[in-house]
Write a protein that binds this ligand. Structure first.
Ligand code: NDP
Ligand code: OXD
Length: 314
């Protein structure tokens, strides 16, 4: 019988345990820190795990990230050198695209302005460009970036992407690497960050990047949506760019420190829309089956899918 450990920080492990048990009542599921004999554990399902605790599982075969990102694992000390599998699932992907499309449409249709006007009982029609006049740039053209970009294109936005490696994707131009960055930024009115956090992407959302964005957009100064990771962003640079009008708005789902401290100026900044790192939640009702499928593949000798490349960091 396989033994699974749930090692979850910040979320309730209960729904994961119940869902797993409902799929396979024969599984022995243990929730950290009450895992009994550490040497029994075959698989660890983790969110922000304690590295030392993971390292103590002497017979661990696979680590499953319960999110698409894996910086919460790779950033911990003593992570055992075994496969790390991340989440790639249509449920999570669709949630992220909803978030991105929502905030691009809100910006296009000046949702914030009309809310303010309503509060003042003002009947004023704002200039009304169409989606095709607005250039959205998606940074990180992986599973989430591609889905969001395609759905934005369906809504009519003029979409391009920026990626580490070159990719050809039909109608969506994909710029790559440092060589393609300036051209990508210069044609971007709404910048969407869906990058993973790695040593290369740490702090990439900074003043120099904001100043490279398009200055001739139909919606006025460019705006930022960051749903990747908080440490991609230099937070003082975002505040400064908003205050100087280099950015007109920042939609932030992720922060350097989470939960966002009460004293953070982002809470009350009039040009910031913030959400509590829930652009794409990990819903155990959908994702447990994915993990269970991977365990079944491993046990029948099939290759695991979506294994993290540790040297790339994602
Ligand atoms: P993928 O690994 O599928 O995609 C990552 C993409 O980023 C790849 O296309 C990769 O390029 C590109 N990339 C990596 N490093 C660089 C770089 N230095 N410069 C340019 N491009 C780079 O990940 P997902 O799309 O599944 O997820 C992306 C991130 O979204 C996660 O890592 C996580 O941090 C975040 N996330 C946030 C959530 C939230 O609720 N806020 C929920 C889920 C995920 P290449 O094609 O060359 O490999
Ligand atoms: C993830 C997240 O990585 O929710 O999936 O942040």
């Amino acid at each position: 019988m396989s033994v699974v450990a749930l090692m979850i920080t910040g979320w309730d492990a209960g729904p994961w345990e119940r869902r797993l048990q409902s799929i396979d009542s024969g599984l022995d599921i243990r929730t950290w820190p009450d895992i009994g004999n550490a040497a029994d554990i075959d698989y660890a399902l983790v969110w922000k795990p304690d590295g030392k605790a993971l390292a103590s599982l002497a017979n661990l075969k696979v680590i499953f990230s319960l999110g698409a990102g894996v910086d919460h694992i790779l950033g911990a000390d003593n992570i055992p050198d075994i496969p790390i599998v991340r989440i790639v699932d249509p449920n999570l992907t669709a949630r992220m695209s909803e978030y991105v499309v929502l905030h691009c449409l809100a910006r296009l249709r000046r949702y914030a302005v009309y809310r303010e006007q309503q509060a003042r009982k003002e009947w004023i029609e704002q200039p009304d460009p169409c989606a095709a006049e607005v250039r959205v740039g998606v940074m990180g053209y992986g599973v989430l970036g591609q889905d969001a970009a395609r759905k934005l294109a369906v809504m009519g936005f003029d979409v391009a992407a920026w990626n580490r490696s070159e990719k050809n994707d039909g109608d969506i131009p994909v710029f790559s690497g440092e060589a393609g960055k300036a051209e990508f930024l210069a044609r971007t009115d709404i910048l969407v960050s869906l990058l993973p956090l790695t040593p290369d992407t740490h702090g990439v959302l900074n003043t120099a990047l904001f100043e490279g964005l398009a200055r001739d957009g139909v919606l006025g100064p460019p705006s930022l949506i960051n749903a990747g990771r908080g440490k991609l962003q230099n937070e003082p640079d975002i505040l400064d760019a908003l205050d100087r009008g280099v950015l007109s708005e920042a939609v932030l789902d992720v922060f350097v420190e989470e939960p966002l401290p009460a004293e953070s100026p982002f809470w009350t900044h009039p040009k910031v829309v913030l959400t509590p790192h829930n652009a794409a939640i990990s819903d155990p009702r959908a994702l447990v089956e994915y993990v269970y499928r991977q365990i079944a593949r491993y046990e029948t000798g099939e290759p695991l899918e979506n294994v993290v490349d540790r040297t790339r960091g994602y």
